[in-house]
Ligand binder design. Structure first.
Ligand code: NAI
Ligand code: MG
Length: 489
């Protein structure tokens, strides 16, 4: 299948050299400090933690752990930078954001390799999706910098101040780009906290930001785990919080922010329905199912983790899916032929494996591809469950791994009812030959995005975000500007 640029589809047809991607061009320091006020500085308590390569369990670097005092330093640096940055001519500010985009492009190979080393995702995905899309976000929002009045006609637009941003480990560089690009374009300064298992590309981005000549303190990067994130969220001089991660932590953050004047956006979990009608192009739909659930090891908030197949084609779809699963290569993330890389952490693997157990004990029938996986590192073979029902935990809860729950439906209305029977509302998919069915699905499935005859496609121009327990607010596109501005009449 020919894969257009930026699709996340596994292309069965392209030939790649079997040799692993060289990492000669990659430089990772032994130890990283905190990026505050334009410099890498030591954490006050002198504490460091390891980030490892989940495919080998080897340590890649020691990473500074920021405590509340370090976060305070970062917020102070961001406050100090805010005045001049927000008053700078908007077109000038835009040039800095453009420069970030250009340097990411120039260093794309390095970014891709580091993303795969630190987080376990296949190099093909880092190279073709994460890194180009991260650059695209900076390009897109750079363009808005001097056009904000046109985005909101008749309103007075003002930046909010200091944005605190906490991001997850599944798309480390891309999530940093989603957060930083609109914040900077709108004239805010930032304190960003990457996830503890995947801090390296954000720290490399700190180098890019310095090379792009951004004034000191406009972007500050503090590393650490949940406590560091909480210190960012709770800091009284932060004006806006943007969070992407689990619904559980999203709830904690929302509680912490209740009654404060801080503006916030929360991008949380999902359990998307991918709905296949009998009139769909079945082979394409099978590719879409594979892409929907096995892309990035299923560590995707908008993953198509619930499959609904119309009864008439259910057997055919499941058979074809099993055959296709057998062809997926699980292993070395740096090998260009790899389809499914390493699970991000030991904790995440444990969580996924506990769901495999839960699914079986609930009476589901489990099928896994018969591939072998390496002895060291964290791996999960692509997995599907059939014979499950709406009340099963593997159908209701976010597993965040390469595990698909399959159910069938007869009528259109049954498909809608089942698709909406979830606490989440982030994304969905529909596969059919009929435009009318597509329109009906997109109107009736309560989800921030519904893909039609495709899945997991992203573009900086389109807003992304959830209903229900999938979060509040939108990122991306024009909507994404709103989250970083105060709009006055
Ligand atoms: P998490 O929600 O704990 O981590 C996301 C980010 O939040 C990380 O940077 C973390 O350090 C930070 N964080 C943790 N506790 C915090 C707190 N109290 N205040 C502020 N920041 C805090 O997710 P975790 O534990 O890494 O993964 C657990 C599950 O969450 C996954 O199995 C998956 O189901 C879900 N998840 C969903 C994501 C999504 O994009 N929807 C992303 C990551 C995880
Ligand atoms: Mg790591």
């Amino acid at each position: 299948m020919a894969t257009p640029e930026n699709t996340l589809a596994f292309d069965g047809g392209w030939e790649y050299a079997p040799a692993p991607e060289s990492t000669d061009h990659v430089e990772i320091d032994k130890r990283y400090g905190l990026f505050i006020g334009g410099d890498f500085v030591k954490p006050e308590k002198g504490r460091y933690f390891d980030t490892i390569n989940p495919a080998t369990e080897e340590r890649l670097a020691r990473i500074a752990e920021a405590d509340a005092a370090d976060v305070d330093r970062a917020v102070k640096a961001a406050r100090k930078a805010f005045g001049p940055w927000s008053r700078m001519k908007a077109a000038e500010r835009g040039k800095y954001v453009y420069r970030i985009a250009r340097i990411i492009q120039e260093r794309a190979r390095e970014f891709a390799a580091i993303e795969s080393l630190d987080g376990g995702k296949p190099i093909r995905e880092s190279r073709d999706v994460d890194v180009p899309l991260a650059a695209a976000h900076f390009f897109y929002y750079a363009g808005w910098s001097d056009k904000l009045e046109y985005a909101f006609p008749g309103r007075k637009v003002k930046p909010l101040g200091v944005a605190g941003q906490v991001i997850p480990w599944n798309f480390p560089l891309l999530m940093a780009a989603w957060k930083l690009a609109p914040a900077l374009a709108c004239g805010n300064t930032v304190v960003l906290k990457p996830a503890e298992t995947t801090p390296l590309t954000a720290l490399k981005l700190a180098e890019v930001i310095a090379d792009a000549g951004l004034p000191d303190g406009v972007v500050n990067i503090v590393t650490g785990a949940g406590e560091t994130g909480a210190a960012v969220v709770e800091h009284p001089r932060v004006d806006k919080i943007a969070f992407t991660g689990s619904t559980a932590v999203g709830r904690v953050i929302q509680k912490a922010l209740a009654g404060t004047r801080k503006k916030y956006t929360l991008e949380l979990g999902g359990k998307a329905a991918n709905v296949i009608f009998a009139d769909a192009a079945i082979d394409q739909a099978v590719e879409g199912i594979v892409n929907g659930i096995f892309f990035n090891q299923g560590h995707v908030c908008c993953a198509g983790s619930r499959l609904f197949v119309q009864e008439a084609v259910a057997d055919e779809v499941v058979e074809k899916l099993k055959d296709r699963m057998e062809t997926l290569i699980v292993g070395d993330p740096l090998d260009k032929n790899t389809d499914i890389g390493a699970i991000n952490s030991a904790a995440q693997l444990e969580k996924i494996e506990s769901y495999l157990e839960i699914g079986r004990s609930e009476g589901g029938e489990m099928f896994q591809s018969s591939c072998t996986v390496p002895d060291t590192g964290y791996w999960c073979r692509p997995t599907i469950f059939t014979g499950v029902s709406q009340s099963n935990r593997v159908v209701q809860e976010e597993i965040f791994g390469p595990v698909l729950a399959i159910q069938t439906f007869r009528s259109y209305s049954e498909a809608i009812a089942k698709a909406n029977n979830t606490p989440y509302g982030l994304s969905g998919g529909v596969w059919t030959d009929k435009g009318a069915k597509i329109f009906k699905m997109t109107q009736n499935v309560r989800a921030g995005v519904v893909w039609a005859n495709t899945f997991n496609k992203f573009d900086p121009t389109s807003p992304f975000g959830g209903y229900k327990e999938s979060g509040v607010g939108r990122e991306g596109g024009l909507h994404g500007l709103d989250a970083y501005l105060s709009l006055e009449a």
